[in-house]
Design a protein around this ligand. Structure first.
Ligand code: FES
Length: 230
């Protein structure tokens, strides 16, 4: 008997694009993605797969604390793994972990160590903590903008991220701009504020996450998201 394994067409398409990008087929891949449209079709969108939305709160992603709000007191230079959590149409809590780009890392540094990126990076938003004015907090997607690998801290430098897949490097203190390797753009930042001791999303990722061709592709996707999710 023939064994048949059903595959999610979205995953299949993204896998294909990932493999093609890994082989350095640059121009050909861009043509392919252009022909297919955005790598993330909005028609498959569910609240779990939606990008972070204004008003979402950040909750722990680790198995032992999953779903619990991330507290500022738990943050450090090492970063805390988090998801955005919002509501569905019935008002139930939804952790948006159906979209890999939503896997976040949240960091806390002394505020005066942050710098405006000199070039190649976007202006970052540092959450200033009331009552702890020498500290700042930033939240970024954890998926590399090159080929979507998870990016841990550089073991030799807590202010940097080092991607194990193709040696991409990002500077956490300069808007997570690319400082080495092949990533095409900064790690997407998620602006947040502190409200009732919770970290609350103030707007979605300020730049295009992995899987989008460019900022226009991302903006067009967000328009579709608004129509579907509201
Ligand atoms: S996936 Fe290639 S550098 Fe990160």
């Amino acid at each position: 008997m023939t064994r048949y394994k059903k595959q999610d067409p979205e995953i299949t398409r993204r896998k294909f694009i990932n493999v093609a990008m890994g082989t350095g087929a640059g121009v050909g891949v861009l043509s392919l993605v252009s022909a297919l449209g955005s790598a993330k079709p909005a028609f498959r969108l569910t609240p779990e797969k939606a990008p972070p939305i204004k008003g979402d709160i950040l909750v722990h992603a680790s198995a032992d604390k999953e779903g619990q709000p991330v507290r500022v007191s738990e943050l450090s230079e090492q970063g805390v793994s988090a998801w955005p959590m919002g509501k569905d149409k019935e008002g139930n809590n939804v952790i948006r972990k159906g979209e890999p780009n939503n896997q976040l890392a949240v960091y806390r540094f002394e505020r005066d160590r942050f710098k405006v990126p000199e070039d190649g990076g976007h202006a970052h938003v540092v959450l200033q903590l009331d009552g702890i004015t020498d500290q700042g907090v930033v939240a970024y997607s954890n998926k590399c903008t090159h080929a979507g690998c998870a990016v841990p801290n550089d073991p030799n430098d807590a202010t940097r991220l080092f991607c194990p897949c193709h040696s991409g490097e990002y500077d956490l203190l300069q808007g997570c701009k690319v400082v080495g390797g092949p990533p095409p753009r900064s790690m997407p930042q998620l602006p947040i504020k502190l409200e009732n001791d919770q970290l609350v999303v103030t707007e979605t990722f300020v730049t295009a996450p992995y899987g989008f061709l460019n900022e226009a592709d991302w903006e067009s996707y967000l328009e579709q998201v608004k129509e579907i999710i509201g």
